[in-house]
Design a binder for this molecule. Structure first.
Ligand code: GDP
Length: 442
C-alpha cells in the first residue's frame, strides 16, 4: 500500500535535508519531484495540480524560508495537504452513522468483482465487534455464487443472512429482508446489491428502486483500488446517478501506487470510509486521512496498531501472560501464544508498516515463512522441553531439528531468542520496579 509513493517522497525529503538552507529554487525542484511522484502513483492530474499549488503557496511563504528546520516544516506542509486530499480533518472518521431508530440500513453497490460481497461480510464483522446485531442480505441474485458466498461468510462470522433463492426480484428481497430485520430486532441491515460488469441503466434502475424501497441510511460504493483511475471514474459515474454516502476501496494490499485512494475524495466529493487490505474477514479498516498520510510519509501509524492489538487480543490474555512472565519467565508455549496474537492482528508486513522506523525495513528474514519454521520447531518438542529450555542438550536439539525439517542452527537460534526475550523481561521488570502490570492492550 503506497509503497512507491513512500519511497519517492522519502527520496525528496532526504535531498532536502542535505541542503544547507531552503530557497525558492530548491523548493521548486522538490515540488517538481513530488509532482512526478504523485503522477507516477497514478493520482488524478487535477488533484495533483491542486495539491502542488497548495503546497507551493505555503512552502514559499515565510514560514518555511525563515524556519530553523525548513525541511521538517516542508514535510509538515506535504503531510497536511495529503490529509486534505484524503478527506480533510473535519471528517466523520470512517464510521457508519447509526440511525436512532434501528435498524440502520446500509446498501452496498459496485461492479462485479470489486469486492462488494466480501466487503459486506467484512463490514458486518466490524459492526459485530461493536456489539451490533447485524443482518446480511443476499441481494446479488445475478452472480450465481454470491448467495453461497454470503452465506459462507455469515456462518464464519456467526451473522444472520437473509436470502431467497427462488426470487428473481432484488427489490422485493430487500423489502422482505427489512421486515425480517424488524421482527428479529436487528440493529443494522447490510444489503449486498447486484453487481454488473459496467455501470449501465439496468443496474442503476434496480439500485434506485431498491433505494426507494428500503430508504437506506448509507449507500456505500465499493471500488477496486487495483484498477486505479478506473475505480475513480466508475465511482464518479455511479455518484452522478445516485448519491453515495461513502466509498469503500478494496484490494489496497495489492495496490502499490495508491492513485485511487489519493484521488477519489477530490474527484467524487464523497468520503472514503473503509479500505480492504486483504482477502480475510479481518483485513478491513475504517479510513482515517491523518493516519494514512502518516503512513504514506513513512511515519508509521501507531494508533491503528494499538487499536488492532486491542481487538485481536482477548481480554485477560495479555495480562495473564505479563503476570506469568514476571513470575516464572517465558517458555516456548508462551512464545507460540505470542506469535498467535501477532498473527491475529494481520500480516506481519502490514503490522511493520505501522511502526515508525520499521516501515522502511524490508521484511527479509522476518517473514511469515519464518513464523512457520518457529512453529514447526516448537511443535517438535516434548511437553517438558517446551516448559524448560534448559534441558535442551545437543542430542535433543538434533532430534528436534530432524523432526521439524530444520537445522540444529535454527533450533539454537530459537533457544537464543527465548533466552534473549527472558533477559529483556528481567531488565524491564527491574526498570518498572518489580511491577508486573504491563499495558494489557499490548
Ligand atoms: P463482488 O463481485 O463485488 O461481490 O466481489 P467479491 O466480494 O466476490 O470479491 C472478488 C474477489 O476479490 C474475491 O476473490 C475476494 O476475495 C477478493 N477481494 C475482495 N476484497 C479484497 C481485498 O481487500 N484484498 C484482496 N487481496 N482481495 C480482495
Amino acid at each position: 500500500m503506497f509503497a512507491t509513493l513512500n519511497d519517492k517522497l522519502n527520496g525528496v525529503f532526504k535531498r532536502l535535508k542535505k541542503q544547507v538552507r531552503l530557497d525558492e529554487s530548491n523548493i521548486t525542484e522538490a515540488l517538481k519531484m513530488v509532482r512526478m511522484a504523485l503522477l507516477e502513483a497514478d493520482v488524478n492530474y487535477k488533484v495533483v495540480k491542486n495539491f502542488i499549488g497548495s503546497v507551493q503557496a505555503k512552502a514559499m511563504g515565510e514560514e518555511v524560508l525563515k524556519s530553523l528546520t525548513p525541511d521538517q516544516v516542508f514535510i509538515k506542509i506535504v503531510h497536511d495537504e495529503l490529509v486534505e486530499i484524503l478527506g480533510g480533518k473535519d471528517y466523520d472518521e470512517g464510521k457508519i452513522r447509526l440511525n436512532s431508530q434501528p435498524p440502520t440500513v446500509i446498501m452496498m453497490a459496485g461492479l462485479q468483482g470489486s469486492g462488494k460481497t466480501t466487503s459486506s461480510g467484512k463490514l458486518a464483522g466490524l459492526l459485530m465487534k461493536q456489539k451490533r446485531n447485524v443482518l446480511l442480505v443476499a441481494g446479488d441474485i445475478y452472480r450465481p455464487a454470491a448467495i453461497d458466498q454470503l452465506e459462507t461468510l455469515g456462518k464464519q462470522l456467526g451473522c444472520d443472512v437473509y436470502s431467497d433463492r427462488d426470487s428473481r426480484d432484488a427489490v422485493k428481497i430487500a423489502k422482505d429482508a427489512l421486515e425480517y430485520a424488524k421482527k428479529t430486532a436487528k440493529d443494522v441491515v447490510i444489503i449486498d446489491t447486484a453487481g454488473r460488469l459496467h455501470i449501465d441503466e439496468e443496474l442503476m434502475a434496480e439500485i434506485v428502486r431498491t433505494k426507494e424501497a428500503v430508504n437506506p441510511d448509507e449507500i456505500l460504493f465499493v471500488a477496486d483500488a487495483m484498477t486505479g483511475q478506473d475505480a475513480v471514474n466508475v465511482a464518479k459515474a455511479f455518484n452522478e446517478s445516485l448519491e453515495a454516502t461513502g466509498i469503500i476501496l478494496t484490494k489496497m494490499d495489492g495496490d502499490a501506487r495508491g492513485g485511487a485512494a489519493l484521488s477519489i475524495k477530490e474527484v467524487t466529493g464523497k468520503p472514503l470510509k473503509f479500505i480492504g487490505t486483504g482477502e480475510k474477514m479481518g483485513e478491513f479498516e475504517a479510513f482515517y486521512p491523518d493516519r494514512m498520510a502518516s503512513r504514506i510519509l513513512g511515519m508509521g501509524d501507531i494508533v491503528t496498531l494499538v487499536e488492532r492489538a486491542q481487538e485481536s487480543i482477548e481480554d485477560g490474555d495479555a495480562e495473564d501472560m505479563a503476570e506469568k512472565m514476571a513470575k516464572h519467565g517465558l517458555d516456548f508455549d508462551d512464545m507460540l501464544k505470542q506469535f498467535k496474537m501477532i498473527k491475529k492482528m494481520g500480516s506481519l508486513e502490514s503490522i511493520m508498516r505501522m511502526i515508525p522506523g520499521l516501515n522502511n525495513i524490508s521484511m527479509g528474514d522476518m517473514d511469515e515463512k519464518q513464523f512457520k519454521k518457529i512453529e514447526a520447531i516448537i511443535f517438535s518438542m516434548t511437553r517438558q522441553e517446551r516448559k524448560n529450555a534448559k534441558i535442551l542438550n545437543s542430542g535433543r536439539r538434533k532430534r528436534i531439528a530432524r523432526g521439524s525439517g530444520t537445522s540444529v542452527a535454527d533450533v539454537n537460534r530459537l533457544v537464543n531468542q527465548l533466552n534473549q526475550m527472558n533477559k529483556m523481561m528481567k531488565q524491564m521488570k527491574k526498570k518498572l520496579g518489580g511491577s508486573n502490570k504491563l499495558n494489557p492492550a499490548m
